[in-house]
Every structure is written in structure tokens, then in C-alpha cells.
Design a protein around this ligand. Structure first.
Ligand SMILES: [Zn+2]
Length: 256
């Protein structure tokens, strides 16, 4: 199924039968995780004359699943993640398709005089890594920081001090008009930052404003062969009233 859509002054096309899934599969035991959270678990529901397992003789499989969107899932979050005001992420999108730009970056090893929470030896995505690269048509930016998609599917990020966005980079991305930020790390911020969350705050410009449109999507997984450039993004998520929701971002190549 080929669709045609307006992109600037041109008519662009995308083939909806060729999705590029950039979410990571969440699974029990061996799934990826961060924040020292437990892996995903599930329990078969059992009651009097009922067992939620066909294998065990029940008529249906019926399980409850314990998840933590921030810790063991590809997830999308709203400013509600850091605000005292309640802003559930399932209410922020008024549409689900966006023009997105994929940019691969090489984080910089930090040294010298640094401001908290940045420390010597941290890997930071500096403004220079994206400066002058953002296409004015982009509504979403997808930041690729690491290769080896296979490894990301089972990676345990606990205590790894992953690469993160410098707050000035997050502010710059916002200033460029980007409303949706996606990254292949557990967070846009440093693992241990004493709760400062400077890049989350900078991207949402919080608390100066209460941005109820923009989102951050973390823990995405980008195929190794995917090239930098412009894509059509379908950002879909569960309709769960919460600051973060499991999500499934999917890309489509754009052609003319
Ligand atoms: Zn999160």
C-alpha cells in the first residue's frame, strides 16, 4: 500500500507494507532493562474452577504481566514524567504520524571543568553532534548512539553510566521545533544525576512551560543497516493513563 503525503512543497510517498520497527521486544527473564528494576514477569491467573493456562488444562490463556515502561520497555513519555501537574502521555498526541529525521551521533568523552551532574569520563551527546544537521521539515528526531541491535535486545544497563544528551543539546533540539525526541538509550539523561533530569527539563522547557504536546521515547532499537535521513514515523502507544506508556515507533522510507 503506497500512500502519498505533502512534504513541504512536494508530494512524497511511503510504502506502508514495508515498516521498519524501531521498538524492542519486551520479554521475560532475558529482556533488556535498566534502573535496577526486575525483569518483566507474568503470573497465570488461578481461581476456583479456573486456570488461565491452556497447557495446564484451562480453556484460555489469561495472565497478568508486571511491567515498568521506563525500565524494561520501549516507551514514550510526556512532561508528566517530571511535572507535579498530571499530564498522561496517552492524551498528548492529536495525530500519530510525523516527519522524522534519523541522526547517528558519536558521544564525546567529557573532561575538564564540568557542571553537575556531568562528570569526567562521561559520554555526552554535545550540541555540535546535531547542530546544523536538523532538517527544518523534521517534527521528530531519532538519535542513534550505538550499533549492534542484537545486543540491545538483551542489554542490562544497570550501573553502565550510558551516554546521554547534554542539556544544551536537548534545549537546541526543542528550539529547532522538534516535538518528538527518540533515543536508543534508557534515558536522555545520565543514569545517576541526583534527580536533576536536566535534558528532560530542557526538552520540555519545564517548569517555565507545561508542554502538553512533546514526547520523549526511550529504549528504541535501530536496525544496523538503517541510514541517516528522513522517514515517516508512526508513533503509536498503548492507551494507558500514565506519564509513560509502552510504545511501538515504526518508520517508513520516504520516496518521490
Ligand atoms: Zn523514561
Amino acid at each position: 500500500m503506497i500512500i502519498t503525503f505533502q512534504l513541504g512543497h512536494k508530494l512524497a510517498k511511503a510504502d506502508l507494507t514495508k515498516p521498519i520497527d524501531i521498538s524492542l521486544e519486551t520479554k521475560e527473564k532475558t529482556g533488556f532493562k535498566a534502573w535496577y528494576s526486575p525483569a518483566v514477569t507474568s503470573n497465570v491467573i488461578r481461581g476456583e474452577n479456573f486456570i488461565g493456562s491452556v497447557k495446564e488444562g484451562g480453556s484460555v490463556n489469561f495472565k497478568e504481566v508486571m511491567i515498568n515502561p521506563h525500565a524494561n520497555m520501549t516507551h514514550t513519555e510526556s512532561v508528566g514524567h517530571i511535572s507535579k501537574e498530571e499530564v498522561p502521555v496517552n492524551g498528548v498526541l492529536s495525530r500519530f504520524h510525523f516527519i522524522a529525521q534519523l541522526i547517528s551521533v558519536k558521544p564525546t568523552l567529557m573532561g575538564g571543568n564540568l557542571e553537575k551532574p556531568i562528570q569526567k569520563g562521561d559520554l555526552c551527546i554535545l550540541k555540535s553532534a546535531v547542530e546544523d544537521k536538523i532538517n527544518p521539515r523534521a517534527e521528530a528526531i531519532i538519535i542513534k548512539t550505538q550499533p549492534n541491535l542484537e545486543e540491545l535486545k538483551t542489554k542490562n544497563y544497570d550501573g553502565t553510566n550510558w551516554p546521554y544528551l547534554h542539556p544544551k543539546t536537548a534545549a537546541y533540539i526543542r528550539e529547532k521545533g522538534i516535538r518528538h525526541l527518540l533515543i536508543d538509550q534508557p534515558s536522555v539523561d545520565k543514569e545517576f544525576d541526583d534527580g536533576m533530569l536536566l535534558s528532560h527539563r530542557a526538552f520540555w522547557n519545564y517548569p517555565s512551560t507545561l508542554d502538553q504536546e512533546s514526547t520523549i521515547t526511550e529504549f528504541i532499537g535501530l536496525p544496523d543497516e538503517l541510514k541517516d535521513g528522513m522517514y515517516l514515523l508512526n508513533l503509536s502507544m498503548s492507551n494507558l493513563k500514565n506519564d509513560a506508556s509502552p510504545s511501538r515507533p515504526v518508520l517508513f522510507s520516504i520516496f518521490y
